[in-house]
Design a protein around this ligand. Structure first.
Ligand SMILES: NC(=O)c1ccc[n+]([C@@H]2O[C@H](COP(=O)([O-])OP(=O)(O)OC[C@H]3O[C@@H](n4cnc5c(N)ncnc54)[C@H](O)[C@@H]3O)[C@@H](O)[C@H]2O)c1
Length: 398
């Protein structure tokens, strides 16, 4: 069960003798709600129109930022919904890909916000889209008049289980991904998986990789659910066409979100660099960048997880049969276990980069069986070379 961390505010002690140094300490309370809210655009559903606002006003103004693909598919329904609930609204459409994840896009949205005008205490900004739109709008919300409430409505699987539920915002800058960003919790995140019906199936696999990550390092039951139902989930795009499939989809999403939030909540500002959720994210940033545009994020993460699964097996932390189960689930989710860009020199570069990002240590989560993990700090080039060789043989044998 997730518990709320109590807020503590520590004021300066003014009863002491005159001084030239004042130390101000305050703890910022973070309190937001992530909730399943299927069928958000159903005409009579009030979840979306009341989300993040005071709900006490007759006159509602809503500024929405919507992914262009989502707007093309759901724009008409969304407008009908807003009209039905008597909202004055403005929809800013963003053609979302990594190239528009920039400060220019942020400033464009800010200008549109100024033109429209919102009451920042009552009228939340609503972001509807995948991780790109959610990250951009989060940054807008944290900058606009220092803080403006915003609601996240993720429409990709990555959004539902990852980008939509934490507090990170950001845009790319120069050649660096997410170089400019903030920590800004949404007022609310509404999880409506019906949006996944229109998502490209490769994008569904992409999101399943992040779910598999949670299963592998902390939730064996989640892994087993993916093993049993993952392929059907992918084929049905999470529609849950039979009672059994529906139950599996609900449990998988719920465990994935819960597992992720359990890891994020105690470390919202990322003070601790040993993060289980970094599993699959040690070698993958370099793999993803060098393979561009060939691999999606989740695909690069999966290659990293396949490699570290083999490393764990070679260290005796995982049995051969568990290793093979893990690789089989990856294939069933139509995720790659290896990519041409994976050469030893690239992996060594990746490791060096990760050490730099993790304050001088590797801190690499490595599986212990299925559903457990430890942090390793002693992975060597030789170890990487032999693991890569083993993984190559396994990938070819398939
Ligand atoms: N803030 C975080 O904690 C966090 C976590 C993970 C990822 N991210 C960021 O998220 C981004 C990746 O997010 P993503 O994988 O959601 O990609 P994305 O936002 O680029 O969306 C993927 C594609 O799907 C389309 N799309 C979105 N919803 C759709 C729908 N319902 N139907 C049809 N098409 C739809 C989009 O137009 C886009 O082409 C990256 O920029 C990454 O840095 C942030």
């Amino acid at each position: 069960v997730l518990t709320q961390v109590p807020a503590t505010a520590l004021a300066t002690d003014l009863s002491r003798p005159p001084t030239t140094t004042w130390t101000v300490r305050a703890a910022k309370e973070v309190n937001y709600c992530v909730r399943v809210a299927n069928n958000l655009l159903a005409p009579d559903d009030r979840t979306l129109i009341t989300a993040g606002g005071t709900g006490s006003r007759d006159r509602r103004r809503r500024f929405l930022v919507v992914d262009a693909a989502v707007e093309a598919l759901y724009g008409e329904r969304l407008r009908r919904y807003l009209r039905r609930h008597g909202a004055e609204y403005e929809i800013r459409v963003v053609k979302a890909d990594e190239t528009v994840k920039t400060m220019e896009t942020v400033l464009g949205i800010v200008a549109a916000l100024d033109d429209f005008g919102i009451d920042r205490r009552r009228d939340p900004i609503i972001a509807v889209g995948g991780g790109v739109v959610l990250d951009i709008v989060g940054l807008v919300a944290s900058l606009y008049r220092r803080h403006t409430p915003y609601v996240r409505v993720p429409t990709t699987l990555i959004g539902l289980v990852d980008a939509g539920i934490g507090v990170k915002t950001g845009v790319n800058h120069g050649v660096h991904k997410n170089r400019l960003g903030t920590y800004e919790a949404p007022a609310e995140t509404l999880l409506d998986r019906s949006f996944i019906a229109t998502l490209d199936s490769r994008q569904v696999s992409n999101g399943l990789a992040e779910i598999l990550k949670i299963g592998l390092i902390k939730d064996r039951r989640l892994f087993e659910l993916l093993e049993r139902h993952g392929q059907q989930m992918l084929d049905e795009k999470l529609a849950g066409r039979t009672p059994n499939a529906e139950a599996a989809v609900r449990e998988v999403l719920s465990r994935a979100v819960h597992g992720m939030l359990e890891e994020l909540q105690p470390n919202l500002w990322e003070h601790t660099l040993e993060r289980l959720v970094d599993y699959g994210h040690s070698f993958s940033p370099t793999i993803e960048m060098r393979a561009l545009p060939e691999l999606l994020h989740g695909e690069a993460v999966c290659v990293d997880m396949a490699l570290t699964t083999v490393i764990a097996r070679r260290r005796g932390q995982l049995s051969v049969s568990d290793r093979d189960r893990v690789l089989a689930v990856m294939r069933r989710l139509r995720l790659p276990v290896l990519a041409p860009v994976c050469r030893v020199d690239v992996l060594v570069d990746a490791l060096r980069d990760t050490v730099r990002h993790r304050d001088g240590q590797q801190r690499i989560p490595l599986p212990v069986g299925i559903g457990g993990a430890v942090f390793a700090n002693d992975i060597t080039e030789e170890e990487l070379a032999s693991a890569l060789e083993e993984l190559t043989e396994l990938a070819v044998a398939e």
